[in-house]
Design a protein around this ligand. Sequence first.
Ligand SMILES: [Mg+2]
Length: 391
Amino acid sequence: MENKKADRRLRDAIRGCLFGGAVGDALGYPAEFMREKEITAEYGPDGITAYERDPLARKAVISDDTQMTLFTANGLLVWETERSAASPRQYVARAYRDWLMTQESSLRAVQASERNTAKGGYSWLLDVPELYHRRAPGITCLSALGDSEYYDDYVKEKVNQSKGCGGIMRVAPIALDHHIGGIEEVDMEGAQAAAVTHGHSLGYMTSAVLVHIIHRIVYPPEGTQMTLEEIVREARDTAAKIFAGDPGLLKMSQVIEIALEQARKSREKESTREEDLNNIHRIGEGWVAEETLGISLYCALRHQDDFSAAMIAAVNHRGDSDSTGAVTGNILGALLGYEAIDEKWKKELELADVILEMADDLYLAAGTQEKEPYHTRAWKKKYVEMRRYEK
Ligand SMILES: [Mg+2]
């Protein structure tokens, strides 16, 4: 009975993390390139508080943040299935090339090519037509993936000097995996997955911090009950240990401190949208990864018991609204769970079924329940043949 309850909680947390990220991404996407005055002129004094439907898709559409997050999960699940001695990052890096195909090629061309060959095709997501849309993909991601080198250690190789938020916005699934190893190995794998495209230390250390936080929320160490604040501090301190001597650590630590401090102060009183906005401005705009982390931590800490309030705070600013929305949604979705997410965010979200399917596969691969998923027809189709499974 206890186990069943724990399994239900785990499934809910994993779904919440992936789905929550997609909610923030879809809510923020229309405002990604809007100034604050433009946002209020368009949506009213409270800013964006509900999805804007895309006229063609007739749904709130997800952007590159969620697309790439799904590919991170797909790569990870192929790694899980093969039980390979290679690191997850190798599989995730291959899956990102598959994502690149959705941005540069057509469904028809990709479906005509073989799967699982040296040329690519390692993801069943390639069979999902809705993913073949360019939704303001990051230039750094496109160019870094266009260069076809694979490395064993992306943190060491440094593919470029970018610290844009294209890494941190997509790595949450690394935190949901149960077989990578101890917490420091999880953190390092999160950093490596970001470093596939972002070589500046702030571009990947921030991902280590994010996956640490989500992993601790989803898999709390036995017998402990940490607050979100305690988890954030532990994540920061662990990164300082793993990356000791890195000159970017000071900046990252300052940003985390502002988020913790301002969220604490704002929680002590009835704070307003104005105050959230001022606190976000203290951190930055979220185009670079340490600001994305800082803004997301602020919104998650400040509104830790109210998913909708956190989402609205995270997207209504002049910066990179979809990415700060996505990362805030990953954290709070994991913390509060999918069931706690308001119905209004569940209706009309593009690819909601695929997002939940991927979340449930991550849950099954976590292997806490009695049955292993690896021998079912659906699983083999998706993670051995790399094709979409349709009942
Ligand atoms: Mg985006």
